[in-house]
Design a protein around this ligand. Structure first.
Ligand code: DX5
Ligand code: ZN
Length: 223
């Protein structure tokens, strides 16, 4: 049986009540908190940094999954590790030295991952599979919550699943962007096991209702 993980993105949470929001979403069944970091340079939006990670850390026990949409990447990694991040992912286009950045994340005690935009080729995986703990497939272009799922992502998920299975390593396969109750099963069928959802969860009044419905959909895949 696949272990499926639901990772609500706090990008769509109420930032004025962030501690309460993360506690509520974990109480509703979230497995991971997805933390979107945008720099108004690599992506055209500006969000949150290590101080906010540190502020929410005492509110939840689940892993904090820091998705870095920043360039350059390396300088900020130790700060997020100190702020309580458990997983740190970055975009290969944003690092001059991918292998070094992956190693830096691990040396700081976190799990490391690469993120693939809709137009980013998957060959960046080729020589670093042994240093990867997570592959994140973007099913929207990064920068904003509430966008529509790009179906081509399903082919990339299937490709990443094949690479992971061939490696024999325990690597999480996450999908991020436009995930809703009605398409989560397709992403799981393609091979994803970790599902980021921002507006689908934090945009709704009943977090548990949404997460339960997502799990019901995942159960239909028989994986
Ligand atoms: C987009 C972010 C996503 C975003 C997802 O750049 O990486 O994590 O919050 O939001 P939804 O689920 O609303 O597409
Ligand atoms: Zn994200």
């Amino acid at each position: 049986m696949t272990t499926f993980r639901i990772a609500p993105s706090i990008l769509s949470a109420d930032f004025a009540r962030l501690g309460e929001e993360v506690r509520n979403v974990v109480a509703a069944g979230a497995d991971i908190i997805h933390f979107d970091v945008m720099d108004n340079h690599y992506v055209p939006n500006l969000t949150i940094g290590p101080l906010v990670c540190q502020a929410i850390r005492p509110h939840v026990q689940v892993p904090i999954d820091v998705h870095l949409m920043v360039k350059p990447v390396d300088r900020i990694i130790p700060d997020f590790a100190k702020a309580g991040a458990n997983i740190i992912t970055f975009h290969p286009e944003a690092s001059e030295h991918i292998d070094r950045t992956l190693q830096l994340i691990r040396d700081n005690g976190c799990k490391a991952g690469l993120v693939f935009n809709p137009g980013t080729p998957m060959h960046y995986l080729d020589h670093v599979m042994d240093k990867i703990d997570m592959i994140l497939i973007m099913s929207v272009n990064p920068g904003f919550g509430g966008q529509s799922f790009i179906p081509e992502a399903l082919n990339k998920i299937a490709y990443a699943r094949k690479k992971i299975d061939e490696s024999g390593r325990d690597i999480m396969l996450e999908v991020d962007g436009g995930i809703k109750i009605d398409n989560i099963a397709a992403a799981a069928a393609a091979g994803a096991d970790t599902f980021v959802a921002g507006s689908a969860i934090f945009g709704q009044p009943d977090y548990k209702g949404v997460i339960d419905a997502m799990r019901e959909q995942l159960a239909t895949t028989g994986k």
